[in-house]
Design a protein around this ligand. Structure first.
Ligand code: HEC
Ligand code: HEC
Length: 344
């Protein structure tokens, strides 16, 4: 049971993290980013380490209130290939819920075998992200849907074409007219899919059980991994209920920008200072990362240990030992949780 005093205490101890997040976001907009920010973060993290009340990661809510009719309709649409021009590709073709909400591929494959330009992120817990897409160009899940449905290398369709096809299906026409005053429109199709996506939460992970007070829910190796994840400063960027998804950062704070992919050069934080804003990406959620290889927006890390090793090097300027990497990976295995009552 949370007492009011606990709330105040949590707030008092959380504000350095909040400030840090703001400073990280701002620093990414300024010419001199970062090692200082990360160092000051580390000081904060270490000083807070002994405080059990304060955790930079919060559990995913166990329940969420959504209109179940819309969720079911959105579920059907999400799995319907008629949203693509040639009726071959559904959202679920690239965001397979049995593959951690991704295609587990280096690049996605759209209609007519078209190969996409960037690695597919998960749809699980995407409702917890502040924005959508690696570069954050969509503000909401609804807005995001205009991207894949119309992208020539994904579904290659148009709203009139999609609505024309779906309206021939009487059960859709009926459902839409029952649920939405406006019936079937681009906006209501997007609303149904987005409502379904909001239902794609993965609560009740072993780690969340631990956060809720069950000390034995994770092993001592996993606890060590979490301690490293905090003390080394991974939580400066991967934090909150989604263990990411709530700020933008550069890939490669401590090294040369070491990815050659310019696709993410469309960050909302971008200014006319072009060079400084290359490679800004939304910090990805690590909730289901263990299920979604390969890693990074360019798919350049084949395995989770590779991704963790590279993160420590390019984001924190550290070389981890293989044992430390194994402990952090063990911690990441405690994060996924359950979808519809089953372990992911
Ligand atoms: C051909 C493969 C493909 C299809 C089909 C597809 N997506 Fe995606 N999806 C991607 C890729 C690739 C990205 C990342 C694109 C980017 O960031 O520029 C993405 C990004 C997303 C994101 C943002 C997640 C995040 O963390 O930023 C959401 C949400 C999403 N897709 C939902 C959908 C929905 C809903 C549909 C169906 C209307 C759909 N996708 C169809 C490949 C696909
Ligand atoms: C300064 C911010 C920052 C810090 C610190 C940081 N990360 Fe990241 N992390 C990112 C960003 C940004 C990406 C996405 C990079 C890309 O794809 O361009 C990312 C991606 C990842 C991925 C790949 C996720 C995926 O689905 O592709 C993993 C795993 C990861 N980080 C783990 C860690 C670990 C473990 C640490 C600590 C050793 C850490 N990160 C520290 C910002 C950070």
């Amino acid at each position: 049971m949370m007492r009011r005093g606990d709330d105040v205490k949590r707030f008092v101890f959380l504000w350095p993290y909040l400030l840090l997040s703001v400073s990280l976001v701002l620093s990414s907009c300024g010419p001199e980013s970062t090692s200082q920010d990360v160092e000051s973060y580390l000081a904060v993290s270490l000083s807070l380490d002994s405080n059990n009340d304060l955790e930079p990661i919060q559990p995913i809510p166990l329940t969420i209130s959504l209109d179940q009719q819309k969720v079911r309709l959105g579920d059907r649409l999400f799995h319907d290939p008629r949203l693509s021009h040639d009726n071959t590709i559904a959202c679920s073709s690239c965001h397979d819920l049995t593959k951690g909400g991704t295609d587990q591929a280096y690049r996605s494959t759209g209609i007519k075998g078209a190969i996409g330009g960037i690695n597919t992120p998960t749809v699980f817990n995407s409702g917890l992200n502040i924005r959508q897409f690696w570069d954050g160009r969509a503000n909401t899940l609804e807005d995001q849907i205009d991207g894949p449905t119309q992208h020539p290398a994904e579904m290659g369709s148009t709203w009139p074409e999609i609505i024309g096809k779906l309206q021939q299906d009487e059960s859709y026409a009926k459902d839409f007219s029952t649920i939405y005053a406006d019936g079937m429109t681009a906006a209501t199709i997007k609303n149904a899919i987005a409502t379904f996506e909001h239902s794609l939460l993965t609560p009740h992970s072993r780690f969340d059980q631990y956060l809720r007070g069950e000390q034995d829910a994770i092993t001592s190796l996993e606890k060590r991994g979490y301690a490293l994840f905090k003390n080394y400063g991974c939580v400066a960027c991967h934090q909150g209920a989604n263990v990411g998804g709530n700020l933008f950062q550069q890939f490669g704070l401590f090294t040369d920008k070491d990815t050659g992919d310019d696709r993410v050069d469309r960050s909302p934080a971008k200014t006319d200072d072009h060079e400084n804003h290359r490679h800004m990406v939304k910090v990805p959620s690590l909730r289901v990362a263990v299920l979604t290889p390969p890693y990074f927006h360019d798919g350049s890390a084949a395995t989770l240990p590779d991704a963790v090793r590279k993160m420590a090097r390019v984001q924190l300027g550290r070389h981890l030992t293989e044992k430390e990497i194994a402990a952090i990976v063990a911690f990441l295995y405690t994060l996924p949780g359950q979808y519809q009552g089953h372990d992911l």
